[in-house]
Design a protein around this ligand. Structure first.
Ligand SMILES: Cc1cc2nc3c(=O)[nH]c(=O)nc-3n(C[C@H](O)[C@H](O)[C@H](O)COP(=O)(O)OP(=O)(O)OC[C@H]3O[C@@H](n4cnc5c(N)ncnc54)[C@H](O)[C@@H]3O)c2cc1C
Ligand SMILES: NC(=O)c1ccc[n+]([C@@H]2O[C@H](COP(=O)([O-])OP(=O)(O)OC[C@H]3O[C@@H](n4cnc5c(N)ncnc54)[C@H](OP(=O)(O)O)[C@@H]3O)[C@@H](O)[C@H]2O)c1
Length: 281
C-alpha cells in the first residue's frame, strides 16, 4: 500500500468562490518522475471526524518537467452537502499541510505509439468539461516543453466565463504557435460557454453550448472543430482525450462513435483506438 507523504500548500489562486488553483510542494522537495495526464491523491484532515485523513484524486495541471510543485484546479463541491475534502482544502491556505500519494493513473496517458509500432503522429484533441481541463493543461505544458511537433487542440467547456481557468495561458500558447509557425509548435485553444443566456456571460461571442458541441456538424456538414483545423476529423488523423463529467464523455461519444472512433477498451482487431477518457460523477 502507498504511504502518504506530507507537503505544504504554497499557492492559492481563488478564481471564484468555489474554484481555485492550488500548488503543493512536498516537504522533502522531491517531485518524482511521473507521466503527463496522471493524478495525485490528496489527503486532508476532516475536523468534524476527529481529523481523520480523507483522500481524493485530483488531476495534475502541472507537467512532469516541473520539479518545483504540483498544481491543481479544484472545484469546492457545495451541493447537496459540502464535500469533505474540498471544504477542507478551501478552508486551508498557504503554509497549511496536506498529505498525498504520489502521481498515478493511466487513463489519460498520451499515446505515443500505434499498435504497429510506428509513432502516433495523429492530431491530439482534448475536450475538458470544467475542472476536467486540468490534465490538458499538463498536456500543453509537456508537449510544448519537449518540443513535440504533433498538432494539439485544447477545447474547454464551462458554465460561466470566469470559470475558463488557464484562458490566458492557453491563449498565449496559441499566439506563440502563430508567431513561431505551426511546423514548430502546433497549438489551438477554444472555449464553449454552456449558459450563454445568463447575464454574467452577456459579452461572450464564442462557441455556445457544452464542450461537446465543438463536435456537432453544422449545416455545412463540418463541425466547429473541423472548421478550426480545416479538415474532416477521422480516427486515422485524430485521437481524442476527454475529461469531466460522465455526461461530457457520453456527449462526445454520441458524435464520435458513429464516425468510427473507438475507446481503448473497444479497440479493433489490430489494436487501434482513437478515444481516451477519464470521468467522475
Ligand atoms: C481521477 C480523478 C481526478 C479528479 N480530478 C479532479 C480535479 O482535477 N479537480 C476537481 O475539482 N475534482 C477532481 N476530481 C473529483 C475529486 O476526486 C472529488 O471527488 C471531489 O473533489 C469531491 O470530493 P469531496 O470530498 O469534497 O466531496 P464528497 O464528500 O466526496 O462528496 C461528493 C458528493 O457527494 C455529496 N454528498 C456527500 N455526502 C452526502 C450525503 N450524506 N447525502 C447526499 N449527498 C452527499 C456531496 O454533496 C458531493 O456532491 C477527480 C476525480 C477523479 C476520480
Ligand atoms: N481526471 C478526472 O477524472 C477529473 C478531473 C477533473 C475533474 N473531474 C470531474 O469533472 C467534473 C467537472 O466538475 P466541474 O465542477 O468542474 O464542472 P462544472 O463547472 O459543473 O461543469 C462544467 C461543464 O460541464 C457541463 N456539465 C455539467 N453537468 C454535466 C453533465 N451531467 N453532463 C454533461 N455536461 C455537464 C456544464 O454545463 P451546464 O452549464 O449546462 O451545467 C459545464 O459546461 C466533476 O465530476 C469532477 O469531479 C474529473
Amino acid at each position: 500500500m502507498a504511504v502518504d507523504k506530507k507537503g505544504k500548500i504554497t499557492y492559492v489562486e481563488l478564481l471564484k468562490e468555489d474554484l481555485s488553483i492550488f500548488r503543493v510542494v512536498p516537504d522533502d522537495g522531491v517531485i518524482p518522475d511521473y507521466q503527463t495526464g496522471q493524478f495525485l491523491t490528496l489527503g486532508m484532515p476532516i475536523p468534524s471526524e476527529e481529523n481523520k485523513i480523507v483522500r481524493r484524486a485530483y488531476s495534475l495541471a502541472s507537467h512532469p518537467e516541473n520539479k518545483k510543485y504540483y498544481e491543481f484546479v479544484i472545484r469546492w463541491v457545495r451541493k447537496p452537502l459540502p464535500g469533505r475534502v474540498t471544504t477542507a482544502l478551501f478552508n486551508a491556505g498557504v503554509g497549511d499541510e496536506v498529505s498525498f500519494i504520489p502521481p498515478t493513473g493511466n487513463a489519460l496517458l498520451i499515446n505515443d505509439k500505434l499498435p504497429n509500432g510506428e509513432a502516433d503522429n495523429r492530431r491530439i484533441v482534448c475536450l475538458g468539461g470544467g475542472t476536467g481541463l486540468a490534465p490538458f493543461v499538463a498536456f500543453a505544458k509537456h508537449l510544448h516543453d519537449v518540443g513535440d511537433k504533433r498538432e494539439l487542440v485544447v477545447l474547454h467547456g464551462s458554465s460561466y466565463v470566469d470559470e475558463l481557468s488557464y484562458k490566458n495561458f492557453l491563449t498565449d500558447l496559441e499566439t506563440e504557435s502563430e508567431e513561431r509557425g505551426r511546423d514548430r509548435w502546433n497549438f489551438r485553444y477554444a472555449a464553449a460557454i454552456s449558459r450563454p443566456q445568463e447575464w454574467f456571460n452577456r459579452s461572450w461571442k464564442g462557441q455556445t453550448g457544452r464542450v461537446e458541441t465543438f463536435l456537432r456538424p453544422k449545416s455545412s456538414g463540418m463541425s466547429p472543430l473541423e472548421e478550426m483545423v480545416g479538415e474532416k476529423i477521422t480516427p486515422e488523423n485524430t485521437i481524442f482525450y476527454v475529461c469531466g463529467w460522465q455526461g461530457t464523455v457520453d456527449g462526445c461519444m454520441d458524435f464520435l462513435k458513429p464516425a468510427g472512433f473507438r475507446i481503448e477498451k473497444d479497440k479493433d482487431e489490430n489494436g487501434n483506438f482513437s478515444v481516451k477518457f477519464e470521468s467522475y460523477g
